[in-house]
Design a protein around this ligand. Structure first.
Ligand code: FES
Ligand code: FES
Length: 145
């Protein structure tokens, strides 16, 4: 039975066997920074928090983890996003579109395309946060919520 809600095997596999869920914490490693981007409201419902491990010298994403509160598509999209960004420079990561995320999954139901947008936005937020921190390196005390 085919419905507009049908998921590809890839979506279901990533949903049931997520590999990249969790948090990345700053271990004080030299040349490494952790940056986090968040979209939506975790208190409220659909939300996604993405942690990036960044190689400062090469401006490159070494690793990523996500915490996602959302539907099947949102979880699978988060997995796809992490797989897509690992090893990319920040500039190249910024070029990732939610369409690429959906394509990685073999497509998403039309009504679920917006779930892949959260990942793309969280990625952007994490990179912008990182670049903001770089600019105001002496003002860490003063971050608003
Ligand atoms: Fe945010 Fe219900 S808790 S809309
Ligand atoms: Fe809200 Fe997918 S995250 S419907």
């Amino acid at each position: 039975l085919k419905t507009m809600w049908e998921y590809t095997d890839k979506v279901l596999d990533l949903f049931y066997n997520p590999k990249n869920q969790g948090v990345l914490e700053d271990q004080g490693e030299a040349g490494i920074k952790i940056s986090t981007g968040e979209v939506g409201s975790i208190a409220c419902g659909d939300a996604l928090r993405l942690h990036l491990k960044i190689d400062v010298e090469y401006d490159k994403i070494l690793d990523a983890r996500f915490q996602t509160f959302g539907c099947t598509s949102a979880i699978a999209s988060s997995e796809a996003l992490v797989e897509l960004v690992k090893g990319l420079t920040l500039d190249n990561a910024l070029k990732i579109t939610n369409k690429q995320i959906a394509d990685y999954l073999g497509g998403l139901p039309e009504a679920k395309m917006h779930c892949s947008v959260m990942g793309q936005e969280a990625l952007e937020a994490a990179i912008y946060n990182y670049r903001g921190i770089e600019r105001d390196v002496h003002e860490d005390d003063d971050e608003g919520a």
